[in-house]
Design a protein around this ligand. Sequence first.
Ligand code: AMP
Ligand code: ZN
Ligand code: FE
Ligand code: FE
Length: 275
Amino acid sequence: MAVDLHLHSTASDGTLRPAEIIAKAHEIGLTAVALTDHDSVAGIQEALTESINLSLTFIPGLEMSSEYGEKDIHILGYFIDYTQVRLIEALVSLRAARVDRGEKMVEKLAELGLHISFSEVEACACGGALGRPHVAQIMVKQGLVANISEAFERFIGRGGPAYVSKYVLTTAQIIDLIHRAGGVASLAHPGPSGVDEPLLRLLQESGLDAVEVWHTDHSPKQTRYFLELADCLGLMVTGGSDCHGFGKTRGFVLGSLDIPDAIIEPLRIRAANFC
Ligand code: AMP
Ligand code: ZN
Ligand code: FE
Ligand code: FE
């Protein structure tokens, strides 16, 4: 029985509403899912309600960004108390910083002669966590680039002429925030993030509980490598497609990986111990 523990909705940069993702997951026969929006838990209540309606196991989650040198490090939180004021306040600040950064990106693009309106970018984000994909989408809409990938490659990807870094917490702060909200912390897509064994050990010293072994952008070799490394270091394992809905670079990848449901119980037990 397959599960998918890495999904984005309109609460961040996904294209489907939380309830629509849950309905799709049920339709394709997944038994459990987690919603992991960037810096937001705003979609969880809706997803949970639909999961209960459809008898699907639902794990409240989120994805938070950090950096290590030049590397983008993303941490997933699972079984979090999404009503915790401390957590919600931290996420509100991070989303506000995302709005400021979005405005700066629009300014940088204008300096390059590429004019898009920030209010259109904001409208595209629909009140969710504003990110580069929303900027990219408006650039496509305006005909400034052919597709989202081109926007990242030529302008807003790391090192690009309109790239603006995001205000982020340190990995230790994120892991601590997740733990204090009763959740477990997993390192998202370590392959594309360029995480090696020494860095994984460092993150483990900061309290990391798990590593995302199955991910759409992992080759079979990377999946085997991180599975073995997690086993060797005594880290739990997680997995998810990182589906952002339709019309995104990766396509509709929900449930496309064969992720065993046995990964959930150890996470649940560890989270219960944090409460
Ligand atoms: P942000 O959190 O605003 O920095 O945006 C990061 C998000 O942009 C990621 O979660 C992906 O959804 C998306 N993304 C990152 N790199 C690319 C890329 N090269 N092409 C398309 N989407 C990307
Ligand atoms: Zn995203
Ligand atoms: Fe990510
Ligand atoms: Fe993600």
